[in-house]
Every structure is written in C-alpha cells, then in structure tokens.
Design a protein around this ligand. Structure first.
Ligand SMILES: Nc1ncnc2c1ncn2[C@@H]1O[C@H](COP(=O)(O)OP(=O)(O)OP(=O)(O)O)[C@@H](O)[C@H]1O
Length: 618
C-alpha cells in the first residue's frame, strides 16, 4: 500500500471519534486511575473557579475596608482562597503521579493487542512489506504514542476544565469578555490538526526507510550476524549506511518541524489576537464605567491565567493531534484481528489421517512473477516416507510449507482424508504436524526449553526430553553441559554457552522428535550433521517414525534413497517419481543429480586410491 493511500482522519467528527477511541483505550487498560484523574481534574477546575471569585471578593472587601467599611468577610475569603489553592496543589500532585502508570498500562494493553494480531497473522502476511510497515508503525507508535496521547489528553483535560472554570468565572464577572474568549478555540483547533497532519505524513513517509535502518542497526548489534560482519569487515560500511539514513530522517524531520512551527505560530498568533482584543475591550469597559477597578483587576488576572492555560493547552493539543492519527492508524491495524480469527475457524482436526492428497496445486509468493509450484499433484499415504529432491529453488520447501498448512494454495487443493485444508481449523491441523526447517530457530533458552518447545502441551519431563535428545544424538553432549539440560544455549544470558551448528541441528531434531504427531516434515535435517550422525539418523528414522508419515527434503542422495518414494521437483513441477532404483533406471534428472554427487566421492576416492562406495539399494 502506498503511504498516500492511508486514510488520514480529517474533520471534527473524525477527531471526536479519535478522542472516543483514545478514551476507550484508556478505559480498557485500567479505568480506576482514569476515573480518579478525571475527578481530581474536576476538583482542580473547581479550585480555580473558587480562587478567581474569592480574589474578586477579597479585592472588593479590601477596597471597602480601606474606605472605612467592614472587614468581616475578608478572613473567610482568605481561608477559602488558601483552601482552594491547597486543593489544587494536592490534586495536581496526585494527577502527575498517576498519569505515568496510566500511560504504562495503555502501552501494555496496546502492545498486547498488537501481539494478538501479529500472532494471528499468517506466513503470507509476513511476506507482505505493507503488513510489515503497518506492524512496525503500530509497534513503534504503541510504545509511546498511546502514552503520549493519554498524557496529552490528561493535560488537555486539566487545561480545558481549568479554562472552562476561568471562563465560567468570566461569565459571572463580565459575559461579553467571556463570549469573546470562545473565539480563541478556533485557531487552537485548526493549528493543532495541521500540526498532527504534518507529523502523520512524516511518519507514513519514513516507515519503510525506518524499517531498513532498524534492520541495519540490528545487524550491527545482534550476536548472530556479528561474526560474518567482522569476517567481511562490514561494520564501518553498514554503520555509514545507517548514519546516512539517520541524517536523511533528521532532514525530513526538520522539514516537518518547520511546517509544524508555521502552523503553531499561526494558531498562537490567532489566539493571542483574540486575547488582545479582549484586553482592549476590558479597558474600554472600565473607562466607560461598566466595570469597577476591582472587577477590572480580577478580570485582567483571569485573562492572564486564561492565556497561560491556553498556551499550555496549545502545546498539549498539538501533541494530541500528533498522536491521534497514529492511534487511528493503530486502531485500523488492530481491526485486522476479526478477519484473521475468522480465517482460523474451521472443522476441528483430531488425526490421525490415512491420506494426504495434493491436487493440482499451484502457488505463487506475493509479488513473485512466477509460480513456485506449478500444477503439482501427489498422494501420500499414512506411514510412508516420501522424499523430495531437486535443485535449489525448485519448490521443495514451498510444497512442504503448503502441506504443513503454513501457506494456502492459490489454485488447487490440499486434502486430508478428502477434506480440503481450507475447511479445517488450521491450528488443529498444524498440531498434527512437526516441521524441522532448514533455518530452525536457535532459542537462547535452556536445553530443556529448546526441546520442550516442540510440544508445549506435554509436560517438560526430563526423562521424556532425554528420550527425544537421545534419538537425535543430542543427549551425550547436553548431559555434560555445566548445568546439564538447564544450561542456557547462548552466551548472551547468564552462564549460557553456544553449541556447534551440528549440535544445534541435533537439538532441533530432538525438538521435532519430542512432538509426537502423525506427520513429520524434515527439511534438510542432516545438512550440518557429521557422517556418523547422519548415518545414525537415517538408520533410525524408520524406527523413530514407525507409525508416522515422513516427508523428507534433502540434497544428500545417500539419505533419500531409503525413502518409499522419491519425488523430483524442477521449476515447481514434479518431473519424476519412484524408488531410487526406478529413478536410476529412468536415467533422468534424478540419475543425473545422483551421478554428479557420487562423482565427487569417486574423484576423491580415486585420488586416495580407496575402493569406491557403491550405492546399495534398499
Ligand atoms: N517468501 C518468499 N517470497 C518470495 N519468493 C520465495 C519465498 N520463498 C521462496 N521463494 C521462491 O520460491 C521458489 C521456491 O523456493 P523453495 O524454498 O521452495 O525452493 P527449494 O526447492 O526448497 O530450494 P532449496 O533447495 O534452495 O532449499 C524460489 O524461486 C524462491 O526464490
């Protein structure tokens, strides 16, 4: 989506809707403190009202006493004046104290809502750069925008209440001046919305570049990329690219701030013009004998107070209008949730199954110009070990992801015992599948966690964990770690330490083994294993998965030859299928790829004058 296509909230009605949305946000995050703050602000406003009226009473009393009249009321007025001041001070301290926690609660609530959407989003959404822009925008803004919005709302609330009470006091003292003051709201409102719009446009424009810059920052600060960046001497180069992007952002921000400044100045000039007119009116009313000296002094004081509060209100209003469109954007993002939930509902799947059928499936990744899978059809019977082979980019992992229910076919269907996956509850189906990806996650958690995450529905019983680890050949080294299975597998935390890549692969395998499910997908499970471990793995695959269906992806032909069936993919199509013997006899792509790989061994062996290992048919 183009940033220009994003709806910017415009007009008074849209703004009121935003205010309502912001209040709902605070209300949902924790209403007690919010109510307390509102009540205290009303008390503050009442305090100001009292102070102004008491001032007028005190001045009138003083003038009367000075001209020989009674001074009886003065003491009461003084007490009321002090009481109102104390009330305001206490209320202000409590409000400042509570607004911090309200802000944090709102942040927690909003981040929780964003996570809900992010957790519901599909893999396909994560291939969408627009989704990332929106997610990032929401995530960045969620950290401080709702908090700022709430704080500016609290401050605006306080200022509006106080301005309202000063205005009410002015109505009592001099209705004409009070009426004139109403005009002040117009420039404040217009200026505030402009300021907000400028900022929102800036954020929209910058987010894609911000994301790239954040990525560069992560590259330079995360542990995983650290070794390659040092080995290739990329640190300075990437840091310079980060700096250039930052300089560009600051330039854009400066431009935005200039535009904001113009709008703010126009708004401040407009409101002060109204105040100046009111001051002139006040002098004329005094000169014309309509107002006494005491009344004039109090109204002038009230006007001064009014202008101070107004200045604060302008700052807060600008901040509110700056945050409000971003909160509206956030609301739009959160509104994706119901659609995603609907996508998840479907017939429950309890498993096991008898057959998986891939029926004329084609699939194209977002923004790709060609199919990753092209009219693929195959059947996998329960209990079969099916291998997928083919050159890089031929579509093996894509097919596995579709069967695992991580992507939906653009055309055709994947059926489990005759039911289309799209009609099944995808979560329930995924519960029945264990996938070990090529690029598995290396969780910086304990060894127990790393294996237990394979099936969180099971208790993390150490005996069971070790059974899975033993099957993957990981028990031997995990048990000897300084804190055994409780060792954190990353030096980033506590006394944690790292494993070798092959050891990590065994841990990931153990995670897949721990997941006791009917369909197991192993994508290059032995890529980092040594020859002995690989041999042990494939010798044990059949025992481990005796009653399970296994989809095995591998470039190592020695490992796939034991499969019941081998499917050969080329450019997203299945071009050959059969057993190893059948495919060798066919003398097609499989035989060619097998020979290329075997010839490497043959050449090595010839050099070493050792007898060639001949492939043995199962
Ligand atoms: N998320 C993605 N977005 C766009 N294109 C993708 C994405 N993932 C894969 N592709 C493309 O889809 C095609 C098939 O990729 P796939 O990962 O299925 O190949 P593969 O056979 O598993 O390759 P390899 O042997 O290298 O693992 C490739 O052309 C790849 O560039």
């Amino acid at each position: 989506m183009n940033p220009a296509d994003v709806q910017r909230p415009r007009g008074a009605r849209a703004t009121l809707r935003l205010i309502a949305a912001a209040i709902r946000l605070v209300w949902a995050s924790g209403r007690r403190d919010f109510i307390l703050v509102i009540v205290l602000q009303l008390l503050q406003a009442a305090g100001v009202f009292l102070i102004i009226l008491q001032l007028q009473q005190m001045f009138s009393g003083l003038i009367e006493a000075n001209s020989g009249g009674s001074a009886e009321g003065l003491a009461i007025n003084l007490v009321l004046f002090i009481a109102a001041n104390v009330l305001m001070g206490v209320a202000s301290v409590i409000v400042n104290n509570r607004r911090q926690i309200i802000g944090e609660r709102v942040t927690m609530y909003v981040c929780g809502e964003i996570l809900k959407v992010a957790c519901l989003a599909e893999l396909d959404d994560f291939d969408d750069s627009d989704f990332h822009d929106r997610l990032q925008r929401s995530a960045i803004n969620a950290v401080n925008r709702p908090m700022r919005l709430v704080q500016s709302m609290i401050d605006i609330g306080r200022n509006v209440f106080v301005l309202g009470s000063i205005w009410a006091a002015l109505v009592v003292l001099q209705p004409w001046i009070a009426a004139c003051m109403l005009l002040v709201v117009v420039p404040v409102w217009i200026g505030g919305t402009r300021v907000g719009e400028h900022y929102f446009t800036f954020v929209l424009r910058m987010i894609p570049r911000d994301r790239s810059r954040i990525y560069l920052f992560q590259l330079l600060t995360m542990r995983d990329p650290a070794k390659e960046i040092r080995a290739f001497n990329l640190a300075q180069y990437l840091a310079t690219r980060w700096r250039e992007s930052m300089v560009e952002r600051i330039g854009e921000l400066a431009l935005t701030l200039r535009r904001q400044l113009r709008s703010s100045l126009i708004s401040t000039f407009g409101s002060n013009l109204v105040l100046a007119l009111a001051a002139v009116g006040l002098i004329l009313l005094n000169r014309g004998g309509v107002l006494t000296l005491a009344e004039t002094a109090v109204v002038a004081g009230a006007l001064l107070l009014f202008s101070q509060r107004l200045l604060a209100a302008v700052v807060e209003t600008n901040m509110f209008f700056e945050s409000a469109p971003l909160v509206s954007d956030l609301n739009d993002f959160l509104a994706l949730e119901p659609g995603l939930v609907k996508h998840r509902s479907g017939t429950d799947f309890k498993g096991p199954f008898h057959r998986i059928e891939v029926d004329d499936v084609s699939f194209q990744y977002r923004d790709a110009d060609r199919n990753a899978l092209d009219h693929v059809s195959l059947k996998i019977n329960a209990g079969e070990v099916v291998a997928l082979v083919g050159e890089n980019g031929s579509g093996k992992t894509t097919l596995a992801k579709l069967i695992a229910g991580l992507y939906s076919p653009r055309q055709g269907a994947i059926k489990v015992d005759g039911t289309d996956l799209s009609e099944l509850d995808l979560n329930a189906w995924r519960q029945s599948v264990a996938v070990l990806f090529q690029d598995f996650i290396r969780y910086a958690l304990t060894a127990v966690d790393n294996i237990h995450l394979g099936s969180i529905a099971r208790e993390p019983d150490l005996a069971d964990i070790r059974v899975a680890a033993r099957a993957a050949g990981a028990d031997e080294f995990l048990a000897t770690l300084p804190e055994g299975y409780d060792t954190i597998l990353s030096p980033q935390f506590g006394k944690g330490l790292d494993l070798s890549l092959g050891q990590w692969q065994r841990v990931a395998l153990a995670r897949a083994f721990f997941r006791d499910v009917p369909l197991v997908i192993l994508d290059e499970p032995s890529a980092s294993l040594d020859a002995r471990a690989e041999r042990a793995l494939f010798d044990s695959v059949r025992d481990l998965y005796e009653d399970k269906t296994v989809l095995l992806i591998s470039h190592r032909f020695s490992t796939v030859r034991t499969a019941d069936r081998i499917l050969v993919l080329e450019d997203g199509k299945i071009v050959e299928q059969g057993s190893h013997t059948e495919l060798m006899a066919l003398d097609g792509l499989y035989a060619e790829l097998f020979s290329i790989q075997a010839s490497a061994f043959i050449e090595e062996d010839l050099e070493e004058s050792v007898e060639l290992p001949q492939p043995v048919d199962r």
